[in-house]
Write a protein that binds this ligand. Sequence first.
Ligand code: SAM
Length: 251
Amino acid sequence: MPATPAWPPKSAPRLFVEDELGTGRTIAVEDNQANYLARVMRVTEGDAVILCDDLTGEWATRVTQVDKRRVELEVGQHLRPREPVPDFWLCPALLKKDRFDLVLEKATELGVARIAPVVTRRCVADKLNPERADTIVTEAAEQCARTALPEIAPVAKLDALLRDWPQDRHLFFADEEGGEPAADAFCYAEGPAALLVGPEGGFDDAERAAIRAHAASVAISLGPRILRGETAAIAGTAVWMAEAGDWLDEE
Ligand code: SAM
C-alpha cells in the first residue's frame, strides 16, 4: 500500500503575511506575493501554501482562488508555533549596499533575533532603506523556514548605541586588533548577547576606546586574518549560534 503523500508537501511555497492566521480564515495575498504564487509558483486551486504571520506560527493553507494580482487561500491546520529565537542581536556597521544586503540575509538564516545597524565615522553608507531591508529579511526567513522574523532596528549612531545599551546584554566587540577567542568568549558568557562589527575602514581609535570602556563590552577575536565586515558579521554570528545559540539543542 503506497504511503499517502505528506500534506502540505515540503515543496509548498512559504509566505509571511500581515494578517493573523487561524483555521477557517480566508487570506488574500496581492501584488508581489500574488505574482509569486500565480506566475512563479503557478499555483492552482487546491494547491498547498504554507503561511506564517510572525505571531501564531505556521499554517497549512489551500488555494481557493487564483488571479494574477490576487490569490485567496483558506487556512487549515496549524503546523508549528512561532519558534523561540536565540536572544542574539547583530549590530553591524553599515556597509556598501550589496554587502549589507548579504549581512541581512545571512543573519536571518543564522537565526538572529534582531539586526541593529550602526553608523560609525568610517562608514561609507549612512542610511538603510527599511522597506528593502524588510523584503530581504522576509524572503530569507521564508527560504530557511523560520516562523519568526528578526526585528530590524532603526540605524543608530555608535555613541547612541553605547549610551542606551541594555544592562543585561553582553556586547561582544569584534576587534581585529585582538580579543578573547570568539568561541571561548561566547560559550562562557550566559544570557542575552550581541555582536558589534565595524565597517570597511574599521573603528577609529576614539570609537575603539569608547567601545572597550563600556561595562558590557568584551573584545573578541575572529582569528588571525582581517575579515571583511560582512564576513566578520556572518562568521561571528555562526560561532555564537554554535557555542551559545540554538545549534546546540538538536531535537
Ligand atoms: N582594520 C581593518 C583593516 O585593517 O582592514 C578594517 C576593518 S575590517 C575590514 C571590518 C570589521 O570586521 C572590523 O572593524 C572588525 O569589527 C571585524 N573584523 C575583521 N577581522 C576581524 C578579526 N580577525 N577578529 C575580530 N573582528 C574582525
